[in-house]
Design a binder for this molecule. Structure first.
Ligand code: XUL
Length: 527
């Protein structure tokens, strides 16, 4: 039976999902997760990030991401509840914005990988830079300012690329690398995103980018989905020749190379362009039309929704990315997601059950106590100097602190997504924390909206598998509509929809302006 494989290389681990699609059959047949810290301790990552003394620096290891992909295929070949020989197409997604710098030997190495030896032993020599800056890096404020000046201002850059300059975006990161390590930059033959790097390993050649992930770079023109010369020139010298091409999201970028067919018995299946984790999750949460939004509670918390036309954020908070459907998506990203929740959980010696209990036992609105959970430098709003800020919150009260972190996150998310202009009546919740009903209740109450969760919780890897099916069908001349694709797999989990409690919604409506005022106050104090 035809099988489509989807991968998601996220901050903290690699997930794979296999779906079977045939006459009358649409089902998930396999899912597996490899957490990086535990599976590959030799790389020394913590929550998937290499340790750094400077809190503004966040890098990870591209060699680790490659080794994880290899390991996942090995596990699939040995354990999976499907036959690898049935794989028809493969796609994937990855944490956005992170960049991988390859030297000129990479092209030959990728094309000649030997199936009798593990991948990691063969790619040792391909790096022009051994580490990759990732989306948590906030060290490029200077570069953001320089790029903004060179293109004619933040509004110009936002209208051109979908976002003003952001520290984690790939363009500012490339500019910093070129300035700090000019020789290594000169030795760089190709700069990939994490997504296109992993696709390149699969096809044995440099894979192109697609607009969903390329719009997270401050380098692509959103209107024509090509590199924007003014932005490329403002970023670094000779950059145009180092960037891969950009193709539509549904492009077959190659076939699984002889390394994968020879080593694991996979067929030469179609490889579909990989995208970013948020664009992939847009599909995996079924948002193929404008109307609702999804909230993803992962390492980062994000709120996003499909957009028919690019309504760029005039306040400069959010982003417009390309959507894998060929249209657009709006997104706001918060750096203090799961790690902030874990921080408070650990501070009071709780587990997730205790955390949920604390939410049940504390009142909506927390008696007016507020927390701005900026444990790490925050993206929305931009806060460089880390440290949670509280008002009327007893630092020893476990219940109040647990409630304060979740309410703080949800209220910030509501306020900083108004720019998208999407009336929010239903929210598709996903990500690790979406299994906790008490968190979803606060989400429903703060947004005064119905919250749905789905049978398949790994919406990002599911989105990748669905994109593989959709693109392969198109390639075979038997297209399936996006509605058919998502209706078959994105099903609300029975009995788990959460409705807002009217009285609570009224409390949050009153609290939202108070949080806004507290936030503005804190931002002014830090300036
Ligand atoms: C989105 C963003 C994060 C990463 C994390 O702009 O920076 O959501 O994609 O995976």
């Amino acid at each position: 039976m035809p099988v489509f494989l989807g991968f998601d290389s996220s901050t903290q681990g690699l997930t794979a999902i296999a779906i079977e699609v045939d006459e009358g059959v649409r089902r998930v047949v396999w899912q597996h997760v490899l957490p990086y810290d535990q599976t590959f301790p030799q790389y020394g990552t913590r929550h998937g990030v290499l340790p750094s003394d400077d809190p503004s620096i966040a890098h990870s290891s591209p060699a680790m991401w490659a080794e994880a992909l290899d390991r996942m295929m090995e596990i699939a070949a040995k354990n999976a509840s499907f036959d690898l020989a049935d794989v028809v197409a493969v796609s994937g997604s990855a944490q956005q914005h992170g960049s991988v710098y390859l030297n000129a030997t990479a092209t030959k190495t990728l094309a000649t990988l030997d199936p009798s030896r593990p991948l990691s032993a063969q790619i040792d020599g391909i790096w022009a830079r051994p580490t990759s800056p990732i989306w948590m890096d906030t060290s490029t404020s200077e570069e953001c300012a320089a790029i903004t000046r060179a293109v004619g201002g933040a509004g110009v850059l936002a209208r051109l690329t979908g976002s003003r300059a952001f520290e984690r975006f790939t363009g500012p990161q490339i500019r910093k690398f070129a300035r700090e390590e000019p020789d290594a930059y000169t030795r760089t033959d190709r700069i990939h995103l994490v997504s296109s790097f992993l696709a390149s390993l699969l096809v044995g050649d440099h894979a192109p980018l697609e607009p969903g992930d390329a719009s997270g770079m401050n380098l692509m023109s959103l209107a024509d989905r090509r590199w924007a010369p003014v932005a490329v020139e403002a970023t670094a010298e000779h950059l145009a020749s180092k960037l891969p091409g950009i193709v539509p999201s549904w492009t077959v970028v190659g076939r699984l190379s002889p390394y994968w067919t020879g080593r694991y018995g996979l067929p030469p299946a179609n490889v579909i362009a990989w995208t970013g984790d948020n664009p992939s999750s847009l599909i995996g949460t079924g948002l193929v039309r404008e109307g609702s939004v999804a909230v993803s509670l992962g390492t980062s918390d994000t709120i996003f929704g499909a957009m028919d036309v690019p309504r760029v954020d005039p306040s400069g908070t959010g982003h417009v990315f390309g959507a894998p459907t060929g249209r657009y998506m709006g997104l706001t990203c918060f750096a203090n997601g799961s790690l902030a929740r874990e921080r408070v959980r650990d501070q009071f010696g709780l587990d997730w059950t205790g955390f949920a209990h604390a939410l049940r036992e504390s009142p909506a609105g927390n008696g007016g106590a507020l927390m701005l959970p900026w444990f790490e430098p925050e993206i929305t709003p931009r806060v460089q100097e880390q440290g949670a800020r509280t008002r009327n919150l007893d630092s020893m009260d476990a219940r109040a602190n647990v409630r304060a972190v979740v309410e703080g996150q949800m209220m910030a998310m509501r306020r900083h997504s108004w720019w998208m202009g999407v009336p929010i009546e239903t929210i598709h919740a996903t990500g690790g924390a979406a299994v906790t009903r008490e968190i979803l209740q606060i989400m429903a109450d703060v947004f005064d909206a119905e919250v749905r969760v789905f049978d398949v919780v790994n919406s990002t890897a599911l989105g990748a598998a669905l994109r593989a099916w959709h693109a392969d069908a198109l390639d075979a001349g038997t297209p399936v509509s996006w509605d058919e694709v998502v209706d078959a797999f994105v099903k609300p989990a029975a009995g788990r929809t959460v409705l807002p409690v009217r009285a609570h919604a009224a409390i949050y409506a009153a609290l939202l302006p108070r949080q806004a005022e507290f936030e503005a106050n804190q931002l002014n104090e830090r300036r």
